[in-house]
Design a protein around this ligand. Structure first.
Ligand code: DHB
Length: 400
């Protein structure tokens, strides 16, 4: 393609990734009068139809509602004042409101995305979905660039003051950071989640996290007629090889307690989610900042991924505001240390919930299963234990 065909422009912040992290950042910057350009190689339809987690921390709800993204959470979402931990043939409620005075909201990530994409469109945001050939360059210079071909085939080169990689776990931005500059912390788990969407009634008013001799199961929800459920499986499982009956058999035997009936219906989606823990540290390199999954991923148990991403960009928007509008470029140095403290708390919480609830393979499996029951009893029989879980699940208060 010749240079004449390239559309050149400038912006203050170039954002690679139009998921919740990238769009929320663009929205917050706009509120501070800072312009940005967002690109994503997925189409809006693809993102809207990819099912992700469904739980928002209290702080995430406040961020979305108080900055004018949408109030739809309050009309279409469900406030959950607790969860059930199920093990040893009985359920134990963790009452968040009573323990820490906070709740979480069941409101799917796909809806958060729709609200943010609508808010950006409403406010005239410069967001390009369905781009191709995207690349970034010059991240250590004062004028990094973001190049892409838009959905209509037009080639763009955007020169930015700052670049943000909010482009997920396969981040092209992260790849610009030389490997010797930081540390990649990484951990794999010997299992995955089999996730289903089913057209069924709700089986319980709140989420059920169930430990059993047959492995972990999670009964989550979406609407009165659509439910989300997961169960621990081998990472090499082929979801298409499982019949609906096999799926229900696993879910039934992993959630069995007297009087409980798992509501069933047609299964409309079967997926296997592999998971791992990852942190790229530091989350800044020159004029490049990483946010959300590009910088860190957590195992899904406890639903911290989206919440962490939103908290990253809340802090990033604040330090960019001080740098761009207040001339205080030293504020940018706060970003990585400030967000990493919360990231590591969430890493630990997700690791802890995962390792406490899943059957661990290996020669000590029966010991570990019995030990986990001991651990779960320590949590539910102690107000301190329940409060520790409640505080982490609903989201730690923000540190200034
Ligand atoms: C959901 C996913 C999670 O990982 C979790 O801990 C709770 C709920 C969900 O998709 O609904």
């Amino acid at each position: 393609m010749s240079t004449a065909e390239v559309t050149r422009s400038t912006t203050t912040v170039g954002i690679v990734g139009g998921g919740p992290a990238g769009l929320m950042l663009s929205h917050l910057l706009h509120r501070n009068g800072i312009d940005s350009v967002v690109i994503d190689n997925r189409t809006r339809e693809t993102i809207e139809h990819t099912n992700r987690a469904g739980i928002l921390e209290a702080g995430s709800v406040r961020l979305l509602t108080e900055t004018g993204v949408s109030d739809r959470i309050f009309t279409d979402g469900y406030r959950h004042e607790g969860i059930e931990l199920r093990f040893g043939g009985a359920g134990h409620r963790i009452d968040f409101e009573h323990l820490v005075g906070e709740s979480v909201w069941l409101y799917p990530q796909t809806d958060v995305f729709i609200d943010l994409a609508d808010a950006r469109a409403r406010d005239g945001g410069n967001v390009h979905f369905g781009v191709s050939d995207s690349s970034v360059a010059g991240v250590t210079s004062d004028a990094p660039t973001m190049s892409f071909v838009d959905a209509e085939g037009q080639h763009h080169e955007v020169t930015c003051d700052y670049l943000v990689g909010a482009d997920g776990s396969h981040s092209i931005c992260r790849a610009e950071i030389p490997r010797e500059v930081g540390v990649h912390h990484f951990r794999e788990y010997p299992f995955a989640w089999f996730g289903i969407m089913t057209e069924a009634a709700m089986s319980a008013p709140e989420l059920i996290y169930s430990h059993s001799d047959h492995g972990f199961a999670l009964i989550s929800q979406r609407t009165p007629t659509l439910q989300r459920m997961y169960f621990q499986c081998d990472p090499n499982t082929d979801p298409t090889a499982w019949s609906d009956d096999q799926v229900w058999h696993e879910l039934d035997r992993r959630t069995e307690v007297p009087g409980f009936v798992l509501a069933k219906g047609p299964i409309t989606e079967k997926v296997v989610l592999r998971f791992r823990s990852f942190v790229c540290q530091p989350m800044r390199y020159g004029h490049l900042f990483l946010a959300g999954d590009a910088a860190h991923t957590v195992p899904p148990t406890g639903a911290k991924g989206l919440n962490l991403a939103l908290m990253d960009v809340k802090v990033l928007a604040e330090v960019l505001d001080r740098a761009v509008n207040g001339g205080q470029t030293s504020a940018l140095e706060e970003y990585s240390p400030r967000v990493l403290e919360r990231v590591w708390k969430a890493q630990h919480f997700s690791y802890w919930m995962t390792s406490m609830l899943h059957t661990l393979p290996g020669e000590f499996a029966t010991f570990d299963t019995a030990r986990q029951v001991g651990e779960l009893n320590m949590v539910v029989q102690s107000t301190n234990g329940r409060r520790f879980l409640a505080e982490a699940y609903t989201g730690w208060p923000e540190k200034r």
